[in-house]
Design a protein around this ligand. Structure first.
Ligand SMILES: [Zn+2]
Length: 128
């Protein structure tokens, strides 16, 4: 997923969360939520997975600090269902990307496991 697109999804989720939970006005975020969003953007920019990385829940490296991660999780849990209502296209494309990435990660894990097994088998053969 492209970073800009992901940031947009996160922004939308935080906006929904803030509006419902903190009674923020349209198109604004309360100080706590703007700080969280700023944090997400900065961390995201320095993520080693860069352009190829998907949403952080599927990322093997957790680039959010623990407390921030909890906050983000709360936002996503809360706003996920709302996203379908407010922005079905974005939500659907996000779900598709997520499914695709999960599949890709599974396939890669299998491939690595297979290679490991073959390597171990070969080593066993070579040692008399
Ligand atoms: Zn807020």
């Amino acid at each position: 997923m492209i970073i800009e697109k992901e940031i947009k999804v996160v922004e939308q989720m935080i906006t929904i969360y803030c509006r419902k939970k903190h009674k923020a006005k349209r198109k604004t975020l309360c100080p706590a939520c703007s700080e969280l969003f700023a944090y997400v953007q900065v961390r995201r920019k320095y993520c080693p997975f860069g352009e190829n990385k998907t949403f952080c829940s599927h990322c093997p490296i957790h680039c959010y600090k623990k407390d921030k991660r909890e906050e983000i999780r709360a936002v996503m849990r809360f706003s996920g269902p709302w996203m379908l209502l407010y922005n079905p296209l974005m939500a659907l494309s996000h779900m598709r990307e997520t499914a695709k990435m999960k599949r890709k990660i599974r396939t890669e894990i299998k491939a690595v496991a297979r290679e490991e097994k073959e390597r171990a088998a070969n080593e066993a053969k070579e040692t008399p």
